[in-house]
Design a protein around this ligand. Sequence first.
Ligand code: KG4
Ligand code: ZN
Length: 372
Amino acid sequence: MSPAGRVNAGAAATAAVAAADAPAADAVTETGLQDNFITLGIETSCDDTAIAVMRGERGIMSSLVSSQTEDHSVFGGVVPELASRKHQETIIPLIRMAMSKAEVTQSNIDLIAVTAGPGLMGSLLVGVMTAKALSQGWDKPILGVNHMEGHLHASILAHPSLIAPFLCLIVSGGHTEIVLAREGRNYTLLGETRDDAAGEAYDKAANLMGLSYPGGPLIEKMAQSGDPNAYAFPIGMKGSKNVEFSFSGMKTALRTTVERIKKEGEKLPVPDICASYQRAITEALLAKLSLAAEITGLRRVAISGGVAANTALRDGLRAMGEARGWEIFIPPKNFCTDNAAMIAAAGYAAYAGGDRSDLTLTADPGWSIWSK
Ligand code: KG4
Ligand code: ZN
């Protein structure tokens, strides 16, 4: 279900917008929007405040991210209350900076696209309320964007040749999902994790080894000098013929290993543990991507989300794609982790497709747009 205040008005609305804007015929793209249509993207679903200004479908004029990593790392994870307070401090100055960098003023903005869910309620609210205030003050349309559709659009944004149908593994701190994207923004969830997300598995493992938050990039760094075959961490759901993941067993095995080594008074071989753990997570992700490709017969495969910034996964997917004759689409690393360019891109596509929000828009922490 959509958050309150967001609807798809269908093709009629698209036609109405095209007519109301009355663009010159040569300035209209195939989406029905003018080719210089400017979207302001706002993302505050978790711990990064991100703002982007985008022209048309993928012309990024500015994309800024203010990270709260340092504020949360001492706590070993995101503290929701702290995240929303930080968003409040940062959001307006960051919007000013992004607009100044893009050399636009409020009169140039055609759409305010804001993440409305899924995510942390307090964090989402800061973005949604700011977007609503700007929409009211500037008299500009607002659209609530689904964060996961944003991640999916990171691949589309980076690769103009990526057209539906395709498979997308979205793998972040809160989600591990494989989605079948069909034409017309028609999405089917092929499978997801039964417990922890892969990013969460990295973050919790880092915490167990005394590494700071976020764990993924640190584990990747430590893994560079480690032996990926030193430990055999169990790969959950490996034998299952369903597109399902499970990372809790892997995390428990890691905890047991760390506790045993510590009890024996030995030095923790952090690089070896990191390399082995990273190998297990990567194998789990690639195995189910392979299964999804087998089940659907699709050979066009994309990845996105924070964990898609992981080099082992990126290299593993490239190798698998080459071996199986897949077309592979991997966004640049700064498009994998949370950013607002992907929200602007998803917002643009949804708006062109007739989706509309109004000032009754609310944040919806559990919002899903995948059909099952
Ligand atoms: O997509 P994202 O920025 O935020 C969410 O929507 O969750 O993903 C953040 C997650 C964190 O769990 C972080 O540890 C993980 O992505 N991550 C990585 C890497 N960079 C970020 N995991 C593995 N390797 C990386 N290089
Ligand atoms: Zn995300």
